[in-house]
Design a protein around this ligand. Structure first.
Ligand code: ADP
Ligand code: MG
Length: 616
């Protein structure tokens, strides 16, 4: 049989390599920024159009390339950074694999302009899908400009796979943050669709963090400093009270390279043990300096994972350094959200009564009436049009502020209302109509058997429909805060809140002021404890960022889903009888009681027949 193995042509090999190196526009940004840093630039400009799908351009003032090098730089395994395998363990540059430019040029339209200081003119090269289209002499400033257009133009599958512009832009900004944080000694400017998004002057590390994440970050930072023979740790951790629900601001840099490490992340988490509210994650910005000989960076094509010689020791040192800092800066485990409101209620708010939610209860509503009589084990519940969707938390009315402090005490309708719902005309079910199992399921009697409801999912469905309805009919029920709450967010986060602001207001939020880096909130949806507000908004922002683009996507729907997810009663929460009953009522007053907003089953039924069969 004839031989069948052949060497792949270069452009095919490059495309395959590109699959590893270039996943999305953000990967191009990373590679180009790193090349500019390796060229000893002091100022780097990043220009983006349409989240990088149309254009990613990086302009630097670094050392540039000779005409020959400019041409060679697009060859695979062409690098000026290492010569021998041993060099891999003496790395002081970001790049070393010589793959990035070759890979990018295989899947995009690339134009390179570069000039070295000592030369009067520079060179320009255009490459499209690995083919050199032109190469000429040009007048250009010292340094290099690489522009990458029409990414994945020749791989439609990859292009279609890209997410919406907002998601891709988010990835891209993340990458920019990582590189910019690792190099405060370089100035970075970022233009997005023609406007300047970031302008970061040369500064120290702390100032760089603040320039990226906003002025208010400054007071949240606790310095961490530790130096041993094998390792130098420097940087900051965020104070525990500013911990976030999402893992946004967590950065490890090893020898000025951003890396991901679940193991080292765990070291930090354990240093924070006992200091954080459940479900929150600390922020950190930590630089580790180690001897390049003791690490291996060449284990992953994107170079974001590192193998350390002695990971255990690193873990221990990191943990103790962070613990030490938290202790030294007197961060005791207090999460003090309570203040005497009389002491600092702003003058204009004094004497204002908190607005109380309206109560509207249809006491004759009985979801179990009629429908089941002759239907065996299937049940259909008709939606009662006049049910009191806005009264889920009416307990607040009598309990006042107490109930705002802890969402675990969600208060439902008062006894008179709920009792009548179940007891009317239904003497058999008068006692023991509901029962909570494992603080997770609500069991309820049906004439034909029993109903098992997942409390968390059911409540999500209820809240989701409530919020959707409020947003659609533009009607808000809000609870005014005694003193406005000021929350700080990054510029991008504020932008997201701005986009959702109108809808958010119909869920009950009242924004008294939206500034560049902070928002003042003077009202929140009924039943939302003040201490949860920032976590709810953070969750919302992260849901919006991670939104999967599809044509049906609507921000209203996403908003309602996100709030419902954050605010629904959790599994594990004990519910009183009346709360259980109310949950059942509310669920079956929903339009789609069978599934949660994320399409998971909310309840099942078990018929007496089925039970009988088990006892045969
Ligand atoms: P690597 O960075 O791994 O060496 P690349 O494909 O990213 O591989 O780049 C290939 C070579 O091109 C680099 O080694 C460097 O010599 C040169 N180069 C790339 N970008 C620049 C730049 N912005 N300024 C100067 N030289 C550059
Ligand atoms: Mg490179």
């Amino acid at each position: 049989m004839a031989d069948i193995i052949q060497l792949l042509p270069d452009h095919v090999a490059n495309q395959i390599a590109a699959g590893e190196v270039v996943q999305r526009p953000a990967s191009v940004v990373k590679e180009l920024l790193e090349n500019a840093i390796d060229a000893d630039s002091t100022t780097i400009k990043l220009i983006i159009k349409n989240a990088g799908k149309t254009l990613v351009q990086v302009i630097d003032n670094g050392k540039g390339m000779s005409t020959t090098d400019a041409r060679l730089s697009f060859e695979r395994h062409a690098t000026s950074k290492i010569k021998t395998a041993e060099d891999l363990f003496k790395l002081h540059t970001k790049g070393f694999r010589g793959e990035a430019l070759a890979s990018i040029a295989a899947i995009a339209h690339v134009e390179l302009k570069t000039k070295q200081e000592q030369n009067d003119v520079g060179s320009s090269i255009s490459i499209e899908g690995s083919n050199v289209v032109s190469q000429e002499v040009v007048v250009t400033p010292k340094g290099t400009s690489v522009s990458v257009k029409n990414l994945f133009f020749n791989i439609p599958a990859r292009r279609n796979f890209l997410k919406s512009d907002s998601v891709e832009l988010r990835h891209l900004i993340d990458e920019f943050h990582r590189v910019a944080l690792a190099h405060p000694n370089i100035s970075f400017v970022f233009y997005n669709n023609g406007s300047e998004s970031f302008n970061l002057p040369i500064s120290n590390f702390r100032q760089r963090i603040v320039n990226i994440f906003g002025n208010k970050t400054n007071e949240k930072l606790v310095p961490v400093e530790e130096s041993t023979d094998v390792l130098k740790i420097s940087g900051f951790v965020g104070k525990p009270e500013f911990a976030k629900k999402t893992r946004g601001e967590q950065y490890f840099f090893v020898n000025n390279r951003f890396i991901k490490s679940a193991y080292l992340n765990h070291a930090i988490a354990s240093a924070f043990e006992g200091l954080l509210k459940n479900g929150t994650h600390p922020s950190y910005f930590l630089n580790l300096e180690v001897d390049p000989q003791t690490i291996d960076i060449n284990i992953h094509p994107t170079k974001t994972e590192i193998k350390f010689d002695d990971e255990h020791m690193l873990y221990a040192l990191l943990r103790s350094a962070v613990k030490h800092s938290l202790g030294q800066f007197n961060i005791a485990p207090v999460l003090d959200f309570e203040r005497d409101p009389n002491l600092d209620t702003p003058y204009t708010f004094k004497g204002n009564d908190a607005s109380t939610p309206k109560i509207e209860v249809d006491s004759s509503f009985n979801p179990f009436r009629e429908e089941n009589k002759s239907r065996g084990n299937t049940i259909t519940f008709k939606k009662e049009p006049k049910t009191s969707w806005e009264s889920l938390y009416v307990g607040l009315e009598s309990k006042g502020n107490e109930s705002q402090q802890d969402f675990s005490e969600v208060h439902f309708e008062s006894d008179q209302h709920t009792a009548s719902i179940f007891n009317n005309e239904n003497p058999i079910e008068q006692t023991n109509t509901t029962y909570q199992l494992h603080n997770k399921y609500i069991i309820s009697n049906l004439k034909s058997g029993m109903l098992v409801i997942d409390q968390h999912r059911a409540h999500q469905r209820i809240l989701y429909e409530d919020y959707l309805k409020n947003i659609t009919i533009k009607k808000a029920t809000s609870q005014q805060l005694l003193f406005p709450l000021q929350l700080h967010f990054s510029l991008q986060d504020i932008e997201i809140i701005n986009q959702l602001k109108v809808d958010l207001e119909y869920t009950g939020f009242v924004f008294s002021n939206v500034k560049e880096e902070s928002i003042d909130i003077s009202g929140v949806p009924v039943g939302v404890p003040e201490s949860e507000v920032s976590i709810i908004l953070e969750q919302l922002i992260s849901d919006v960022e991670n939104e999967v683009p599809d044509s049906n996507f609507s921000s209203t729907d996403l908003l309602a889903k996100s709030l419902a997810k954050s605010l629904a009663i959790k599994t594990g929460q004990t519910l009183h009888k009346d709360e259980q009953e109310h949950l059942v009522n509310k669920l079956f007053a929903c339009k789609e009681p069978n599934v949660s907003p994320t399409n998971r089953t909310t309840f099942i039924t078990v018929s007496v027949d089925e039970l009988d069969r088990k006892f045969i």
